[in-house]
Design a binder for this molecule. Structure first.
Ligand SMILES: [Zn+2]
Length: 340
């Protein structure tokens, strides 16, 4: 099959489009013909070098395609069926997995990170990963869903315990997690304040339902939040930017508020003012992906059209380097998708 692999860590130039042997199908696996694979920041981190990534390696977490072959033990699917893949690898039999907490499994990793991903024509995955999709969703849209919508759902619903009527600050409206978090918070009838680097992106965020927009290059986030909330602050902050916005994010919380973080795009080292943390009774929560149960919950809303994936643009698999270069310029609003 054709695939894009990395044989060493580095810039986009290490992405190599080449012929490799087809994957071997295990008896408990489904072979999927990949049609679309969306990019995530984790692809860039893995390309640059993450512990657990073995070379040569195939990137790509968010996969949609068609069932090409079924392992002997697999039932319930038909050849050619349109599916997306749960973007995770887990053992399936440890106490955490059988309790439905797959993202706490000791073997847990993201597809295309600790195991090979979908920047290729064929991928073999355990059958619990394979989820049929309705005809209303094309492959590019389907591939734009799993990682970011699961992450945002776990952050807001699973961890922060979002409730109707709350005020939610979503950092980085144009990112995949931002786009998902804005819509999920609106699904819960919350007031959404979001941030972006220019007015065009803020306009697109408002079209997704955001109530207020802050230009994080021109305005100070916590000051604007204070103005917009009558000095009260927000109930929940969805943080994934890291060092560049951390202090502003913490300052934007109301007393008893919750900051939930899933990423550190601008750097991982931040300070915590302990007197603020205890005196204002703040909760700071770390989030990594989500569970299979949560994926099915959020997909219900995607399949019903209540939550909408946003595709920025597509590239053919042979132009994966250009797709990575485009992603690193951060000009996109929504997902960048490789077509295979
Ligand atoms: Zn497990």
């Amino acid at each position: 099959m054709r695939a894009v692999r990395i044989h060493q860590f580095g810039g986009p130039e290490v992405l190599t489009y080449e012929d490799i042997p087809d994957p071997q199908l295990r008896k408990d696996q489904v072979l999927v013909r990949v049609k679309a694979c969306a990019l995530n920041h984790i692809d860039v981190w893995a390309r640059k070098g993450l512990p657990g990534v073995k070379l040569p390696h195939i990137l790509g977490a968010d996969i949609a395609g068609e069932v090409a072959e079924l392992g002997e033990y697999v039932t319930g699917f038909t050849l050619g069926q349109r599916v997306l893949l749960a973007p995770m690898h887990f053992c399936g039999h440890c106490p955490k997995c059988v309790a439905g907490l797959q993202n706490q499994c000791r073997e847990f990793t993201v597809l295309g990170n600790g195991v090979d991903g979908g920047n290729c024509e064929l991928i073999a995955v355990p059958w619990p990963n394979v989820i049929p999709i309705p005809d209303s969703l094309d492959f590019n849209q389907a591939a734009s869903v799993p990682l970011v919508f699961l992450t945002a759902w776990h952050m807001l619903v699973g961890l922060a315990g979002i409730r109707p009527g709350q005020t939610v600050l979503v950092l980085g409206a144009s990112s995949g997690v931002g786009i998902a978090a804005i819509q999920i918070a609106k699904l819960f009838h919350c007031r959404v304040i979001t941030t972006a680097g220019d007015e065009a992106k803020l306009e697109k965020a408002r079209a997704l339902g955001a109530d207020e927009g802050i230009n994080h290059y021109k305005q100070k986030i916590s000051e604007e939040v204070r103005k917009l909330t009558s000095k009260e602050g927000v109930d929940i902050v969805v943080e994934h930017v890291g060092a560049a916005t951390w202090e502003e994010s913490v300052k934007s919380l109301k007393s008893g508020g919750t900051l939930v973080t899933c990423g550190a795009t601008t750097g991982p080292n931040v300070g915590v003012e302990l007197r603020h943390l205890f005196a204002r009774q703040l909760r700071i929560l770390g989030s990594y992906m989500g569970t299979m149960g949560e994926l099915y919950e959020v997909l219900k809303h995607i399949f019903a059209g209540r939550l909408k994936p946003v595709v920025d643009r597509t590239f053919p698999l042979s132009e994966t380097r250009a797709a990575h270069e485009y992603m690193e310029k951060s000009q996109m609003f929504g997902k960048i998708v490789l077509n295979i």
